[in-house]
Write a protein that binds this ligand. Structure first.
Ligand SMILES: CC(C)(COP(=O)(O)OP(=O)(O)OC[C@H]1O[C@@H](n2cnc3c(N)ncnc32)[C@H](O)[C@@H]1OP(=O)(O)O)[C@@H](O)C(=O)NCCC(=O)NCCS
Length: 157
């Protein structure tokens, strides 16, 4: 359905566009605006890190930026022209599936602002379960988790 590929250095401006979109900033833990120069520094270190960044495309149009940090924290930003179409949980699931080519953390964790109803619904439909609340980087969030490990520590599909 979608094409999913790993970030490349050429995606620097595309990711800047995703990251600076108004609703994305509003729902981020850090709501500050992002100067382009800081983005360049962040992007360079992101590409060198163990974090996985993916671009989801449909007919060559970038429709989402998805990332999984090495500690399992995930986040998604959907192209605003593709929002409210009920696609987000499918994109999360397909992105997680692709990211597992690189690694499978013990837990996938999404920290979501309590007012971010679309995100709560998206991750719930993608099989995440709420496990309480947590203050993350100074912000009260709902903590959602998903794992592919069973009680015996075996990884399932
Ligand atoms: C979060 C995000 C990926 C969700 O994608 P989306 O396309 O908006 O949501 P969907 O169309 O898949 O809908 C998910 C659910 O939220 C509901 N929803 C969508 N927009 C809504 C809104 N503005 N208010 C309330 N509910 C809303 C939908 O009705 C749907 O509900 P249902 O499952 O009961 O049918 C997208 O809104 C986004 O990129 N937001 C900005 C970045 C962000 O918040 N990222 C998540 C950080 S944790």
């Amino acid at each position: 359905m979608f094409t999913i590929r790993k970030l490349t250095p050429q995606d620097v401006d595309l990711v800047y566009e995703f990251s600076t979109e108004a609703q994305t900033r509003k729902m981020s833990l850090n709501q500050n605006s992002i100067p382009y120069a800081s983005h360049l520094v962040w992007y360079g270190s992101f590409l060198k890190s163990a974090n996985v960044g993916l671009i989801v495309e449909e007919h060559d149009i970038p429709i989402a930026f998805f990332r999984v940090a090495s500690d399992g924290e995930v986040s998604i930003t959907l192209n605003k022209d593709y929002r409210s179409k009920g696609l987000s949980h499918l994109i999360v699931n397909q992105s997680i599936h692709t990211s597992r080519e690189f690694f499978t953390p013990e837990l996938y964790i999404a920290f979501i602002r309590p007012e971010n109803t679309p995100s709560i619904k998206c991750f719930t439909k993608a099989g995440f379960k709420q496990n309480g609340e947590q203050i993350v980087r100074g912000v009260k969030c709902l903590r959602f988790e998903k794992t592919f490990y069973d009680a015996d520590g075996e990884v399932s599909e």
